[in-house]
Design a protein around this ligand. Structure first.
Ligand code: ATP
Ligand code: MG
Ligand code: MG
Ligand code: MG
Length: 566
């Protein structure tokens, strides 16, 4: 791209809703434009990175034996009705009617659609296993779209679906996909963890499911792990939660001193009674059409943060929310808390918050008492470390290793689905004995656009993005600091030399000073900058290569340039 003629612009201002680095940098570096909440235009500079991610994903899927296809983004309501998900999907699914009054939706995921393709084509076990995938737009009307491409409403996902006649075959392909995912994230140059995930309603009881989490402090997910025990899981899967959940359901657990339900009000009163004068309780009303859900966040902080702005958000209950300044003081301005849809009990420890912070999250009625999580004695002598320890003490691996916590961004998720969809949609085949059977399925998602944001989240400094080489929009920023016609000509020649050698180059030929150009080059963050400075070149006949990540500067002659850059 020749900048004087190209389509690229940087911005000084950060939009108010951009609270994390990747969102700010993607906006400032002119990679994306917002069109509405959770909707973005991918501009030429940003789209190049997205396509590079897609290509890496595509290559690894092909290598793993999957066939690429493209499904319609709009899917008919009838398919979803067959599995009951037309109702169950909730508010995230954007439904509408066409002019003939037929139900349609913009696909949030495609299990039904792919099962429909399958049942129209495959009739025998002999045609299995089958692995299909697409890289396509998805739409989810997220309760709270935020962080730019990280949690958009419209986003690009790679979704793959596999079909099997036996569990052994499903396991084998699942493992192959797991490896393909590792390859993708390794090729992208990201630090990631594969963690045991919570299958939720998607999978059968003991079916395998893993999430691939890019490690970042701004991540919305909490991961518990123990290196010694070679264990990592999304905190959503944690055993304590299960324990309390089932206790609440059956009301029968010995450890629970006062089993039963507690309302938000009761929890607040309980805390008051136990002299939690430093307590912040924040309740957010989740925007959800189907069901009113609430999240109660109990932040156990220090005494200076005692001012609460009271708001009435739940009929009959006084609940409290903190002001922006308070949230900021708590390190929460980044929005880790907020109306996320959680139907089960969950307990999340936010390692970002210096203060001792335990988030107790629940639905309308909290099916718990705080004592279920934290013994009273411990609550009373509360200290940052104590609380976390008291709670995380429950999270141990093999009854031996205590787990640690870190935050992650879910960039991929793989599931064994069992026969839920094939059974539900009557997609049967004939097995070896000529008997009808519902094949087993696996599904495998990668958030393509989220990955670009996650890569930036992990690779940036105060001056801008530092792209992993594999997904940088271009390879080289060629910065020409030239005045005379002779040198302008020289710069044009050099640009041609660079692109003729196969490099992807952004050529800054704009009429601007060196400071301006270097700022933009750093902000854009291509791996290399090649500098032709007229004054320096007249002195020593050399060019300069700057390595964005290390800041290292290397002088090279024009003859050596191409071999050095490559
Ligand atoms: P999350 O927990 O972040 O809401 P999810 O578990 O709902 O994600 P999946 O249904 O597992 O998402 O979808 C597969 C992948 O799609 C996710 O691992 C993630 O990378 C990506 N993804 C999901 N929702 C979004 C979104 N709103 N914006 C961008 N990418 C998303
Ligand atoms: Mg989601
Ligand atoms: Mg998730
Ligand atoms: Mg998921």
């Amino acid at each position: 791209m020749i900048l004087s003629k190209g389509f690229w612009q940087t911005y000084k201002e950060v939009p108010a809703d951009a609270t994390i680095a990747s969102h700010q940098l993607m906006m400032r570096a002119g990679l994306i434009h917002k069109s509405a909440a959770g909707l973005y235009n991918y501009l030429p500079m940003g789209y190049r990175s997205i396509r590079k991610v897609e290509q890496i994903v595509r290559e690894e899927m092909d290598k793993a034996g999957c066939y690429e296809m493209l499904m319609s983004v709009v899917t008919p309501g009838e398919l979803w009705q067959e599995t009951g998900r037309w109702e169950k999907m909730g508010g995230e699914m954007l439904k509408f009617k066409d002019k003939a009054d037929r139900d349609l939706c913009i696909s949030p995921t495609n299990e039904e659609a792919i099962t429909d393709v399958f049942r129209k084509t495959i009739k025998s076990y002999k045609d299995l296993p089958l692995s299909l995938y697409q890289i396509n737009t998805k739409f989810r009307d997220e309760i709270r779209p935020r962080f730019g491409l990280m949690r958009g409403r419209e986003f690009i996902m790679k979704d793959a679906y596999t079909f099997h006649a036996t569990k052994e075959c499903l396991d084998e392909v699942y493992d192959r996909m797991y490896e393909a995912y590792e390859n993708v994230f390794n090729r992208l140059g990201l630090e990631f963890s594969a963690v045991v995930a919570d299958g939720g309603a998607m999978a059968d009881g003991d079916a395998k499911t893993h999430e691939f989490q890019v490690i970042a402090d701004s991540g919305e997910d909490a991961i518990i792990y123990s290196n010694e025990a070679n264990y990592a899981a999304n905190i959503e899967t944690a055993k304590t939660i299960r324990k309390v959940e089932s206790a609440a359901k059956t009301g029968s657990m010995a450890e629970v001193s006062t089993p039963g339900k507690a309302t938000i009000k009761e929890v607040c009163e309980f805390l008051k009674k136990n002299e939690f004068h430093s307590l912040k309780s924040l309740v957010y009303k989740a925007r959800n059409d189907e069901e009113e859900k609430f999240i109660l966040v109990l932040l156990l902080g220090d005494d200076e943060l005692n001012e609460l702005k009271l708001e009435k958000v739940y009929p009959g209950y006084e609940v409290t929310t903190a002001t922006d300044t308070e949230l900021k003081a708590l390190g929460l301005i980044k929005g880790f808390i907020g109306p996320v849809e959680i139907s089960n009990l969950d307990i999340v420890f936010d390692t970002q918050v210096d203060l001792n912070a335990a988030y107790v999250v629940g639905a309308n009625k909290l099916d718990m008492h705080l004592e279920n999580f934290v013994p009273k004695e411990v609550i009373k002598q509360i200290k940052t470390a104590d609380l976390r320890l008291a709670c995380s003490g429950d999270y141990t691996v093999d009854g031996k290793h205590q787990v640690e916590l870190k935050r992650g961004i879910e960039v991929g998720h793989i599931f064994q689905l069992g026969d839920k969809y094939t059974k539900g949609m009557d997609a049967t085949i004939l097995d070896q004995n000529g008997k009808a059977m519902a094949p087993l399925m696996g599904c495998y998602g990668i958030g393509v656009t989220r990955l670009v944001a996650a890569a930036i989240e992990q690779n940036h400094d105060e001056n801008g993005i530092i792209w992993p080489a594999a997904i940088a929009p271009y390879n080289v920023s060629f910065v020409a600091i030239v005045k005379s016609e002779e040198y302008k000509e020289k710069a044009n020649e050099l640009y041609k030399t660079l692109i003729n050698s196969g490099l992807e180059v952004v050529y800054d030929d704009r009429k601007a000073g060196p400071g301006f150009k270097f700022k933009d080059a750093d902000l854009l963050g291509l791996p290399l900058q090649v500098v032709l400075g007229e004054r320096d070149h007249k002195e020593d006949g050399m060019l300069e290569i700057r390595i964005r990540r290390s800041g290292e500067k290397i002088k090279v002659s024009q003859e050596d340039l191409i071999s050095k850059v490559n």
